[in-house]
Design a protein around this ligand. Structure first.
Ligand code: NAD
Length: 368
């Protein structure tokens, strides 16, 4: 069983690509035999030190026998590697091995590998082709799709980047079996978010199939990831450069980012977004859109997947969260652009959240 989404099917050819969702790596080879990928003379598989140990051999084996030369480039796993130094080493490897515009990069790994390799592809020789083979749940449902690529600069996250579409996103859901529980939970935060902002039916599917998803049954994971990607790819096609509805994907991120920053990045992004979603749900209720039952259902499904729904008072205080939230870049004439829900499955952007309302929402997610 596998599933396919074609992104930008009716748009310009350079922005069109397949997202192929599978339970193995075998289908990847088929692309190189029949779908125009046979043209590449050289391929560099870029990955991190953890993923290399688990899946690099398998990918090399899958691609063996093709009429092209395979290179590999491995860097240390973790966000700390998403920088100019790692990028420079990758450029160097490509230059030494005479990579040109007829060649291809494959990003095999989580969002760090995908973002760095994608940015390298966007800039090397003013752009060479690349494929995303995402291996974390977060990268499978979020970062591998939409063409956002970036590296961090000093302490600034994603400060240098480009919009650059991959030629293919190839997902093997079975790699999630080796992913640690916390990383899986963080990905589930994004998945739940997709349902909440755009598709009530999909959200109800997650709730109804939560046990199978937690057991990582391949059929359930394929359905789950397909549903999430259908939402994300539709949103990014309508609004590729974040001028309109792409902002809905920031649901939970305004307060979530503030908490992430104040925790000194000790709390995972996905965990902080889940807490941020609870604050946004509280505001949605206060503005008269959703009810207490909706909030309780959301909290229950987040807790089921080990996501936090509150932050400890001992970690940070309400005024610090308020200030950090307001200093975020999503402001419009000194008013916060806040993503709320008009209903489950229906997001909207509002400028009507006052400081007093925001402080109340922050108090709601702080627990003694
Ligand atoms: N481009 C976008 O649109 C976008 C969107 C969201 C997040 N991001 C970026 O994504 C990054 C976070 O991505 P992430 O959460 O995937 O982190 P990550 O890439 O650091 O991966 C998390 C950890 O899991 C390990 N890992 C990966 N796949 C594994 C597997 N199958 N089995 C076992 N271990 C595995 C990695 O080696 C790493 O240690 C951040 O840099 C963030 O800025 C980008």
């Amino acid at each position: 069983m596998n599933k396919l989404i074609i992104v930008n099917e009716n748009g310009p050819a350079e922005n069109k690509y397949d997202i192929s969702i599978n339970s193995n790596f075998e289908g990847l080879k088929k692309y190189f035999i029949k779908d125009g990928f046979e043209k590449y003379a050289k391929i560099c598989v870029v990955t991190d030190s953890n993923v290399a140990k688990l899946y690099l051999n398998e990918i090399e084996k899958t691609l063996s026998g093709l009429n092209c030369k395979i290179f590999t480039h491995v860097f240390d796993a973790g966000e700390a590697s998403k920088n100019c130094n790692t990028l420079n080493k990758l450029y160097e490897e490509l230059i030494i091995n005479h990579f040109d515009r007829h060649d291809l990069l494959i990003a095999l790994g989580g969002g760090v590998v995908g973002d760095l390799c994608g940015y390298c592809a966007a800039t090397y020789l003013r752009g060479i082709d690349y494929i995303q083979v995402p291996t974390t749940l977060l990268s499978q449902v979020d970062s591998s799709v939409g063409g956002k690529t970036a590296i961090d600069f000093m302490q600034y996250k994603n400060m240098v980047g480009a919009f650059y579409m991959p030629k293919l996103v190839y997902i093997n859901v079975n790699v999630l079996k080796t992913l640690d529980d916390e990383q899986f939970s963080c990905g589930m935060g994004e998945v739940i978010k997709h349902g909440l902002i755009r598709d009530k039916e999909y959200y109800d599917y997650i709730v109804a199939h939560k046990e199978d998803i937690a057991l990582k049954r391949p059929e359930s994971l394929i359905e789950l990831i397909y549903g999430s990607l259908a939402i994300k790819s539709q949103v990014v096609q309508i609004d590729p450069k974040e001028k309109g509805i792409r902002a809905y994907l920031n649901f939970g991120h305004t307060v979530g980012h503030a908490i992430e920053k104040l925790s000194d990045y000790k709390l995972y992004h996905g965990q902080c977004v889940a807490i941020g979603m609870m604050a946004a749900l509280y505001l949605s209720k206060r503005m008269g859109y959703v009810d207490e039952q909706d909030i309780e259902k959301a909290a229950a499904i987040m807790r089921f997947f080990d996501l936090h729904t509150s932050v400890d008072k001992s970690m940070m205080d309400e005024n610090a969260i308020l200030q950090a939230t307001k200093s975020d870049k999503k402001m419009d004439n000194n008013r916060i652009r806040f993503v709320i829900l008009k209903d489950i499955g229906e997001a909207a952007v509002t400028l009507d959240v006052t400081d007093e309302m925001l402080l109340d929402a922050i108090r709601y997610i702080i627990k003694a």
